[in-house]
Design a protein. Structure first.
Length: 130
């Protein structure tokens, strides 16, 4: 099992944009997030990339807004877009392809960091399923 904490502000996946002359590009916020996650995850890179069925547990800790209705971040962006960005960022660093993730572990979700000094981060673990 591989466990790590990525001290980055979680970013949700954004669609590829179409610019002038029909050129497509990944929005800079998404690209920078992928680069930061990849850089931080390299320390935990396995000797060989994981290639079998995997279980991913990911907890996305967000800064709480000054006024909030709920204790959980039941707001946009959606959890699946956070997961999509993270899985894409870890391609060819932890696993061969994000299609290898077959299950999500207990506790996978979005959370507010309610500590006095909130630190946005992603806590994740990846384990092979036999």
């Amino acid at each position: 099992m591989i466990s790590m904490v990525l001290r980055v502000e979680p970013v949700a996946w954004e669609r590829v944009k179409i610019g002038h002359y029909c050129q497509s590009y990944v929005p800079s916020k998404t690209r920078e997030f992928k680069e930061a996650c990849g850089y931080l995850a390299r320390r935990h890179r396995p000797e060989r990339l994981l290639d079998g069925p995997l279980r991913l547990t990911a907890r996305f800790f967000l800064r709480p807004p000054k006024k909030r209705k709920f204790d959980q971040p039941a707001v946009r962006p959606d959890l699946d877009n956070y997961i999509k960005a993270l899985k894409d960022a870890l391609n060819l660093i932890i696993w061969t392809d994000d299609s290898r993730v077959c299950q999500y572990g207990d506790g996978t979700g979005k959370y507010y960091d309610l500590s006095p000094n909130p630190r946005p981060r992603i806590e994740l673990s990846v384990e092979e399923i036999s």
